[in-house]
Design a protein around this ligand. Sequence first.
Ligand SMILES: Nc1nc2c(ncn2[C@@H]2O[C@H](COP(=O)(O)OP(=O)(O)OP(=O)(O)O)[C@@H](O)[C@H]2O)c(=O)[nH]1
Ligand SMILES: [Mg+2]
Length: 395
Amino acid sequence: MSILVGIIGKPNVGKSTFFSALTENPVEIADYPFTTIESNKGVTYIRSRCPDTELGKKCNPNFGRCVNGTRLVPVELIDVAGLVPGAHEGKGLGNKFLDDLRRADGFIQVIDSTGSLDQNGNPVGKGKYDPLADAEFVHKEIVLWLTNILSDGLIRNLRKIESEGGKLDAIIYEKISGLGIDQKDVSLAVKNAAIPSNLRNWDDQVTIRLAEEIIRLSKPGIIVATKGDKIDSNEASKLIEREALVVSGDYELVLRKASKAGLIDYFPGDESFRVADEGRLNAAQREALKKVSDFMVHNRGTKTQQAVEYLVYNVLKMIVVYPVEDENHWTDKNGNVLPDAVLMKQGSTAIDLAYKVHSDLGERFIRAVNGRTKRVLGRDYVLEDGDVIKIVAAR
Ligand SMILES: Nc1nc2c(ncn2[C@@H]2O[C@H](COP(=O)(O)OP(=O)(O)OP(=O)(O)O)[C@@H](O)[C@H]2O)c(=O)[nH]1
Ligand SMILES: [Mg+2]
C-alpha cells in the first residue's frame, strides 16, 4: 500500500549510505564503483502530525510508529546499482536493473557534492568534476530505459492501429501498465510528444520524446547532493542555488547507529541531538559526534530525512489520510485507534481512498463520513491532509 521511491545515480556517490541511514538496513558500502549489484529494498518513515493528539488517546499503528503526536508513515525505498553514460548500450552494469524501479512513484538522484568522481564513479580529485553534470546523463539513461520498454513491439502495434484502428494512448498505456503510471498522464504525454499524424513517420526520436514526457509527468524526482560534510558552506550554497538538497547520508548513518546504541537521543529529521550519557562515550565517539553536531548546526540537520519528506510532500504532492471503521472512536473493528496512515496524491477523493484501502470497498462504496465533523461525504469529496475518514460500503 505504501509508495516506492527509487534511489539512483552514478556509481560511488553515496546511494547505499543514504539508503542505509534512512532504512537502518545494513548494506554494503565501499569507496569504489559498483559496490551494489543487486538492488537493496527497505522501508523508511516520514513524519506527519497524528490526529491522535486531538483524541487524547494513543494510536495503534499497523505500520510504523507514533512518537508524541508525530506519526511515522512508511515509504518504501529501493537502492540500485550505479548508472553510467551509455548504460542503455550495456556500459557499466547496463540499465536492466532499472526494471526494479518499474513501480517507483518518484526518484531521488544522489550526486557527489564534493565533485571528486568522474562519470564512472572513479576518483579524480576534489572539485574536478561538476557534481550536477550527472543529472543530465542519469536523466537521459532513465529516458532511454523507458524508450526500450516502449519500443518493444511498437512497430507492430502502430501497424495494427493503421489497419484495425484503436487509440494510441490506450495501446501505450497497456505497454507500460506495470509501471504504475496513471492513464491520464499517458494520454497527456501522447498529446505533448508531437506525434506525427501519419504513423508511418514515427521514428526513434518520437519514442524518446514520448518517454521523456512520461517520465516528466509521472516519475518526478529531486537531486540530493550527499557528502555535504566534506564541503564548505560556500560550495553548499552554490549547489542549493542550483536546486540540489545538500545532505550527509554518512552523518545520518552515524546518528541512527548512535541512537540505536542508546548513546544519543535523536529523532530523524531533528536539527540536533542530545548525548544521553557523556560518560559512556569514548574519545573517538566524542570527537565523531562533535563533527556531526558542528555540521548539523550550519546545515540545519543532516537533511537526509527531510529529503524524502520533501520529495513525497512537495514534489509528489502527497497528503496523509487516516481511514477508520468507527468514525466516533477512530478505530478499526478491533478497537485499534487510527491503525492506518495512507499516502494519497493531493486532489484524491473519497472513492480513491476506498479503492486504495481495498478494491472491494471501492466497488461497494456508498458514502464516506468525516470523522471530525461526522458529515456525510460523497464519492467526489476531495480529501485533505490529516482527514479521518470512514468508508461506508454495501454488504
Ligand atoms: N564523508 C561522507 N562519505 C560518504 C557519504 N556517503 C557516502 N560516503 C562514502 O562514499 C563511498 C561510496 O558510498 P556508497 O554508499 O557505497 O555509494 P553508492 O553510490 O551506493 O556506490 P555504488 O553502489 O558503487 O554505486 C563510501 O566510502 C562511503 O562511506 C557522506 O555523506 N559523507
Ligand atoms: Mg551502492
